[in-house]
Design a protein around this ligand. Structure first.
Ligand SMILES: Nc1nc2c(ncn2[C@@H]2O[C@H](COP(=O)(O)OP(=O)(O)OP(=O)(O)O)[C@@H](O)[C@H]2O)c(=O)[nH]1
Ligand SMILES: [Mg+2]
Ligand SMILES: [Zn+2]
Length: 285
């Protein structure tokens, strides 16, 4: 039996699309690799030809994985926002924390610049920022170049234009683009399944369903600051070495809010911190 390696680019029920030298093959999984989640899109797998069918025999070690959407081996996450639907920056900050805690590089993408621009200078020290209009094909080339050869996933609220960006990058209408529900200015979660799109230049893109990746962040409140480099920069000047920058006296971070640290960014740090404290309390209640 000949066996070879490939990458799972699609999962539908118990069938997997595995990309390999021969193209994308439909594969089944060995029984011992239970079908309830031991294989996900993004996995590098070993495949064996078994008669007329192909079977996944094993999954190679993962670099990382996300639960919602369920994708593995991600290098970069494009966190997409737009002027409409109105950006939820708390969600953006949670997604950044989630990325950093999983060795994924967060990249902020402001889409729909044909409608409005937005000041994102609060994030200058936090993540690489791209501005684009998928509709006008503006700023797309730079983004495509940045993710070349990497595996990128997209995150962000419904209707910010994730699928449109994937289309623009792939330069083809691979994905179904939904109408922004006009009255409520909220999307309809058009994209429902996860699929890795393999581009000729070695880039893989996972279009996702618009859910946030945040609920799966498991960490101690005191750990949060490790994912806020832009605040941590000032910690050496805080009175306490273990300062959480919330209510300690002589906190250098608080002293720089409104100057080098954006007030909104700091407020969201505190909101996230309090959320983690609350979660910890309810866990032990
Ligand atoms: N004006 C403008 N509209 C855009 C742009 N990009 C996308 N849209 C529109 O925004 C709406 C939503 O786009 P989608 O690409 O489906 O958004 P999505 O983020 O994939 O949404 P979900 O799949 O529901 O999560 C569509 O009506 C698009 O035509 C843009 O650059 N400018
Ligand atoms: Mg979509
Ligand atoms: Zn401090």
């Amino acid at each position: 039996m000949k066996s070879f390696e490939g990458r799972v680019v699609k999962a539908v029920a118990s069938r997997f699309g595995v990309e390999c030298e021969k193209g994308v093959l439909t594969c089944f999984a060995r029984k011992r690799l239970k079908l309830d989640g031991s294989i996900c899109v993004g996995d590098r797998v070993k495949v064996t030809k078994d008669g007329d069918s192909f079977c996944i025999d094993g999954v190679l070690p993962r670099k990382n994985f996300l639960v919602r959407p369920y994708v593995s081996n991600i290098d970069v996450c494009l966190i997409v926002i737009a002027c409409e639907p109105a950006p939820d920056l708390l969600l953006v900050d949670k997604e950044i924390v989630n990325c950093l805690s999983r060795q994924i590089e967060p990249v902020i993408v402001l889409n729909k610049t044909d409608i409005a621009d937005m000041d994102l200078s609060e994030y200058d020290k936090v993540a690489k920022i791209f501005k684009c209009s998928a509709a006008q094909q503006e700023g797309i080339a730079a983004l495509a170049e940045y993710i070349e050869g990497k595996t990128a996933c997209l995150a962000g609220q419904s209707a910010v234009g994730k699928s449109s960006i994937v289309n623009a990058i792939a330069d083809s209408q691979l994905m179904q683009v939904g109408e922004l529900a006009k009255k409520i200015k909220r999307g309809k979660h058009t994209t429902r399944h996860v699929e890795l799109i393999s581009l000729p230049n070695g880039t893989y893109i996972a279009d996702t369903c618009g859910f946030s990746m945040l609920d799966c962040v498991e960490m101690e409140p005191a750990e949060l600051r490790l994912y806020f480099d832009d605040l941590e920069e000032f910690r050496p000047q805080c009175r306490f070495n273990m300062c959480t920058h919330t209510d300690e006296p002589d906190c250098a971070v608080r002293a720089h809010v409104g100057k080098e640290i954006g007030a909104g960014r700091y407020e969201r740090y505190v909101a996230l911190y309090n959320e983690l404290v609350k979660r910890k309390q309810t866990k032990f209640d």
